[in-house]
Design a binder for this molecule. Sequence first.
Ligand SMILES: NC(=O)C1=CN([C@@H]2O[C@H](COP(=O)(O)OP(=O)(O)OC[C@H]3O[C@@H](n4cnc5c(N)ncnc54)[C@H](OP(=O)(O)O)[C@@H]3O)[C@@H](O)[C@H]2O)C=CC1
Ligand SMILES: C[C@H](O)[C@@H]1OC(=O)[C@H](O)[C@@H]1O
Length: 253
Amino acid sequence: MLLEGKVVLVTGASAGIGRAVAIGCAEHGADVALNFSRDQAGADGAVAAIEALGRRAVAIQGDVADPQTARDFIDRAVDALGRIDAFVNNAGICPFHAFLDMPVETFERTMRVNLHGAYFMVQAAANRMVEQGDGGSIIAMSSISALVGGEYQTHYTPTKAGLHSLMQSAAIALGRHNIRCNSLFPGTILTDINKDDLADENKRRSMEGRVPLGRLGQPEDLIGPTVFLASDLARYVTGASLLVDGGLYVNLQ
Ligand SMILES: NC(=O)C1=CN([C@@H]2O[C@H](COP(=O)(O)OP(=O)(O)OC[C@H]3O[C@@H](n4cnc5c(N)ncnc54)[C@H](OP(=O)(O)O)[C@@H]3O)[C@@H](O)[C@H]2O)C=CC1
Ligand SMILES: C[C@H](O)[C@@H]1OC(=O)[C@H](O)[C@@H]1O
């Protein structure tokens, strides 16, 4: 088991990718703390799934856009599970909207959840890992959108580029503590975040058609890459990024 004896913390773990990687880490031996903001039932379901695997789990509510949530989540998770070995910054939103009339509130909320929230969460996780003194792994759920644009994502893609940039700088700041910081770049993964956008059958077919592996992603496709980066197998990997997109990014023509 790659994560036997390790404690993994995941933000935004009541649904979608965060839920899948939280349960996936438990399948690979970890105890897991989950952050969520609204979906208590989803978080409770993920806790039950992890406990059914014989692992410990705790769900802690908090809006990552509030800087206080970061300290609270890390403190309560470590109180419950004893330590922190890996931190997955996953919570994120993507309210699709056109550029020219982007509401200020939509822009600011997206920045606060996806980027400001990540900054304070990563900082709080890193401080606890430094106190523990035996290293750690920080993983950011960035996106293929850190590399390419989207007409209705002008407020979102900069947060994903920013998140990867945060991982690069944090990798330098934390290397002396043996804390590794890496980004995952998922392509289009079928979750609630894009349910409405992909309800347009033409758009969905066109997106599928561009993926060399022939399908859009499932949340479980992120488990292997997350477990690898959290594990000691990745002990010399830091400041890196990994596309998990079925080949979408390289498919120019
Ligand atoms: N799906 C995709 O195609 C891709 C997704 N990503 C990234 O992956 C991450 C997860 O996305 P995905 O699983 O698709 O989305 P989902 O909408 O399925 O899940 C989002 C999760 O984040 C939580 N969340 C949202 N806002 C907050 C908040 N303010 N505080 C705490 N938790 C919050 C939600 O919990 P609750 O409902 O309880 O608030 C939920 O658990 C995001 O960062 C996204 O940008 C990257 C590339 C592609
Ligand atoms: C929400 C989108 O479908 C999804 O989010 C990303 O980060 C990917 O680039 C996709 O556009």
